[in-house]
Design a protein around this ligand. Structure first.
Ligand SMILES: [Cu+2]
Length: 333
């Protein structure tokens, strides 16, 4: 084998399809860019002034020829358009019941947290054969989460969440890059994705390893330790510590909407708008509550902008989501 492969392995469900489209585009380009110049060259030589050629009957126009060179490229380009649009939608549509992992980019590392609270840096452990959704944000500048073997890349932007999903098809270790120039050590912002069989992943989830938080402090990770438990459990603690609970409560002293079972459901705003509660809306509701006021309530919620770390915002979101899961499950029973 070559020590320097031209193509990374295909290790996700979409990798093969993306390569096929890519090769088709390269093929088409080669046909047009590679063959046409030779035809032009041939004609230049064939009909050069010094060449003996039949010039008695020059063709001024040919409808048949013009239709051919219009219709064939039209069909080809529309084919490429529908093919790539179909792929685009397929890659961006949310999968059913994915495993959600939270990603924070910062100069110059990736910080990841699994739902059970386990954290890791510059490494992403995932189980094979299962859809995985990354919910990503940045603490400083724009980064880009790039896994060549999965043929996936998505910008990681401060102040908002972007998501990306994939389903690894092969166990192994794959490169993880930052693909957006983000400062001096951008080129060192690299890591690896480790795809494990499901039982190994579950074992990995519960083992102890120290991890470094985005603020530089070190903590131990793993659910059995004093790390504080799952993301939702830590979120519940933040909810207490930050005083959210003094307004958002279920008893008669409540001055704010109950947050149970709101995730994924429509909510009505004082402006008359209705929207579905997602991560982005929760983030804005916490950091800039005045931006969208829930109908029936006053604009009394203080802003938490600058008072919570990206980590804590994600934990609060995981907590609010878990309130919805509990309720959904109860309804199903
Ligand atoms: Cu970066």
């Amino acid at each position: 084998m070559w020590g320097f492969p031209l193509f990374p392995e295909q290790a996700s469900t979409v990798a093969g399809q993306i390569d096929l489209l890519y090769f088709a585009l390269v093929g088409l380009s080669l046909i047009f860019a590679g063959i046409l110049p030779f035809v032009v060259l041939y004609l230049i030589v064939r009909y050069h002034r010094s060449m003996k050629a039949d010039r008695s009957n020059p063709i001024n126009s040919s409808l048949k020829l013009e239709l051919t060179w219009s219709i064939i490229p039209f069909i080809l380009s529309m084919g490429v358009f529908f093919w790539s649009t179909f792929l685009f939608f397929q890659i961006n549509a949310d999968p059913d019941d994915p495993l959600e992992i939270y990603v924070i980019g910062k100069q110059w590392m990736w910080h990841l947290q699994h739902p059970n609270g386990k954290r890791e840096n510059n490494e992403l452990h995932v189980p094979v054969g299962q859809p995985i959704k990354l919910i990503m944000t940045s603490q400083d500048v724009i980064h880009s989460f790039y896994i060549p073997a999965f043929r996936l890349k998505k910008d990681v932007v401060p102040g908002r969440y972007t998501t990306m999903w994939f389903e690894p098809t092969k166990t192994g270790e794959y490169h993880l890059f930052c693909a957006e120039y983000c400062g001096t050590e951008h080129s060192a912002m690299i890591g690896r994705v480790v795809v494990l069989p499901l039982p190994d992943y579950q074992r990995w989830l519960t083992t102890e390893e120290p991890a470094i938080l985005p603020d530089g402090s070190t903590i131990s990770t793993g659910v059995s330790s004093d790390s504080g438990g799952s993301m939702a459990e830590i979120g519940a603690q933040v909810f207490q510590q930050q005083g959210c609970v003094s307004c958002h409560r279920t008893d008669s002293a409540a001055r704010a909407p109950v947050l149970n079972n709101i995730f994924g459901k429509p909510t009505s705003l004082a402006s008359g708008e209705t929207l579905t509660v997602d991560e982005e809306y929760l983030r804005e509701s916490i950091l800039r509550p005045q931006a969208k006021i829930t109908v029936g309530y006053g604009p009394i919620m203080p802003t938490f902008e600058g008072q919570l770390t990206e980590d804590q915002v994600l934990q609060l979101i995981a907590y609010i989501k878990s309130l919805s899961d509990v309720d959904a499950n109860e309804e199903n029973q």
